[in-house]
Ligand binder design. Structure first.
Ligand SMILES: [Zn+2]
Length: 291
């Protein structure tokens, strides 16, 4: 994954709430708990999509942007090649540039979504969330939430190869949920629904496919010079590592399709590949037919 040195980054698409006030509830209690609870949440929500968003939730934390000054640090593609923070900025820029163009050519209007970098916990319009849930998208405030330490877990806990493009795949997947939200497809999955052919699995596989269509078009956004076989292998390795069957096998020692929420390793690889080969979001119809 190599950025064009002269590509101009727009750091305003990423807000840095790390070390901010979002980490604690008004009362000072950290939510989270022990290892058992933590594992259960990860099983439920890896690359989570929180469908519980409602207006009766707590106010979002006011303290945003108390972390590093991304706009000062991340100005060009050269910066994106140098630091992880700036690479996330460049990745988000490329993804949104792609979708903006795609929506325009479909006669639609794209609404940008910010990514918030947080550490440990944050307040969202979907409620209070800890890092345990993994990266997620909140439809209620149209933001992607990302604790970068998840990427270490992706390698160490889930056994993915890792690397910059594994991270890009994760970000691309979360923006896939934003696309679903903009297109009104999110209600195709019922909150809490599980099972091998559930709406939840179909929604998640479509988000993987959308990550693939961006990957195919990433170079043409002008932010990246090229994608290599290594990049694609990193994405596929990440997709595979977070398959429901792999996670269940690792955590419970058995596979229970009734508990699937995101799709199997094979399905997640395959739908990313479908998007990557076609480069066309229309190939990402996971709602009609078999998956
Ligand atoms: Zn997801």
């Amino acid at each position: 994954m190599d950025f064009r040195d002269d590509a101009q980054l727009d750091a305003s698409q990423v807000e840095d709430a790390r070390g901010g006030g979002g980490g604690r509830r008004p009362g000072g209690m950290m939510i989270g708990g022990g290892a058992v609870g933590l594992l259960a949440t990860i099983v439920a929500l890896v690359f989570g999509l929180d469908l519980t968003g409602g207006s009766d939730q707590q106010q979002p934390a006011g303290q945003v942007g108390s972390g590093t000054n991304l706009s000062a640090q991340c100005r060009s593609g050269a910066d994106a090649d140098q630091s992880q923070d700036c690479r996330i900025v460049g990745t988000v820029n490329s993804i949104q540039s792609y979708w903006n163009k795609q929506f325009t050519s479909d006669g639609r209007r794209y609404t940008p979504a910010k990514t918030q970098l947080f550490s440990q916990a944050t307040q969202t319009r979907c409620g209070y969330a800890t890092s345990d849930v993994g990266p997620f998208y909140c439809p209620a405030d149209q933001k992607v939430y990302l604790d970068l330490t998840f990427f270490n877990e992706l390698q160490q806990r889930f056994g993915a190869e890792g690397g910059p493009f594994a991270q890009a795949y994760v970000v691309g997947h979360e923006y896939g949920h934003h696309i679903q939200n903009l297109l009104g497809d999110m209600n195709k999955a019922k909150a809490g629904a599980k099972g091998a052919t559930s709406g939840s699995v179909r929604l998640e596989l479509q988000a993987d496919c959308y990550a693939g269509t961006w990957a195919k078009n990433a170079v043409s956004t002008g932010f990246l010079t090229q994608l290599t076989e290594t990049d694609i292998r990193q994405a596929l390795s990440a997709a595979e590592a977070v398959g429901d069957d792999s996670i269940q096998q690792r955590s419970q020692g058995r596979v229970d399709p009734d508990g699937f929420t995101h799709g199997t390793s094979e399905q997640r690889r395959r739908w990313f590949t479908t998007g990557y080969q076609s480069g066309d979001p229309r190939s990402c119809d996971t709602f009609s037919g078999s998956i």
